[in-house]
Design a binder for this molecule. Structure first.
Ligand code: ADP
Length: 297
């Protein structure tokens, strides 16, 4: 087991940021740690990377105890903290070279991580001259320097443009082929694009722990429909196999069905039979979104 967390709690002053949290992460595996802002994601990651002590409970990373074997944990883990703190005045190679010395890794490893993270075209520049996407790559390169078995990435894609997002996601997916990646995010699509499993945390407590495969197999779907005027929820609840209806905006409704059958044609027929005009009709990847909403709202 690469990460094992048992009944971890963290109390800041009089606030409980984590409450009896337990989970495991295998190797290789990419696990998304999903939760609203303030749920406790960063706190958990800081405990796993030995930056913070838990108030209660135990955790091991790569078999090493985060309280008693901090050095060994640090040697096993590559950490990309939230906001990726970098020295903007330093050159990329200079920054990585400095950290390589701290970790005691060879200079040839710097070239390897530069290549691995696609940094080569920008490696001669100052960090302050790089785009946000390339700065994230520098952070990842730094996390990978000592070739750790476990990577802990705190919101690795925040603030990236769509192209950078695709690049970094591909990079993380590749890394996850052979390592353990535990990454936090509050973006559900991120989990769908990258992860094997999702652990959802809300108000310091784990509320779900499921493989993406299991989620895909669950028989539930959401159809988003926009009509040309308001419709009562109760009216839409007459649709077959409907579970719930939510009016999300103006005349837009999210209808959750308890079936994997595509229900759009039923919504279309329903609108036609009731003289409603449809302005848009889409199916949404239901399970993760509805699970997240259900568990964290
Ligand atoms: P997330 O990463 O999911 O956004 P955090 O772990 O950063 O959540 O925060 C969890 C809760 O703990 C929040 O309510 C936050 O305000 C609180 N918190 C985080 N760090 C501190 C701190 N150093 N002192 C006091 N409260 C904190």
């Amino acid at each position: 087991m690469s990460i094992e967390v048992k009944n971890i709690s963290k109390i800041y002053g009089n606030q409980k940021a984590l409450n009896q949290v337990s989970f495991k992460v295998n190797k290789p595996e990419i696990v998304g740690f999903l939760g609203p802002n303030g749920a406790g994601k960063s706190t958990m990651m800081k405990i796993l990377t030995t930056y913070l002590d838990a108030s209660e409970g135990d955790a091991t990373v790569n078999g090493f105890d985060v309280k008693k074997e901090t050095k060994k944990v640090q040697q096993s883990v590559g950490y990309l903290p939230e906001h990726n703190p970098l020295y903007l005045e330093q050159y990329v190679r200079e920054y990585l070279g400095f950290n390589a010395q701290v970790y005691g890794v060879s200079k040839s490893r710097i070239d390897e991580v530069i290549q691995l993270t696609g940094l080569s075209p920008e490696a001669h520049k100052k960090i302050g001259q790089l785009s946000k996407g390339y700065r994230q790559r520098v952070g990842l390169a730094n996390a990978l320097l000592h070739n750790p078995d476990v990577l802990i990435l705190d919101e690795p894609t925040t603030g990236l443009d769509p192209n950078q997002l695709v690049d970094i996601r591909n990079l993380i997916r590749n890394i996850g082929q052979e390592k353990t990646v535990f990454l936090s995010t509050h973006i559900m699509q991120e989990v769908e694009a990258m992860c094997d499993r999702v652990i959802i945390i809300n108000k310091g407590e784990i509320v779900a722990n499921k493989t993406l495969k299991d989620l895909r197999d669950e028989k539930e779907q959401v159809v988003i429909v926009e009509f040309d005027y308001r419709v009562e929820d109760a009216f839409l609840l007459k649709l077959p196999k409907v579970k719930s209806v939510k009016n999300t905006h103006d005349f837009i409704y999210e209808i959750t069905f308890e079936t994997s059958e595509d229900m759009r044609s039923h919504v279309f027929d329903f609108a036609h039979d009731n003289q409603l005009k449809i302005l848009q009709l889409n199916q949404k990847n239901a399970s993760l979104e509805s699970l997240f909403r259900e568990l964290t709202s």
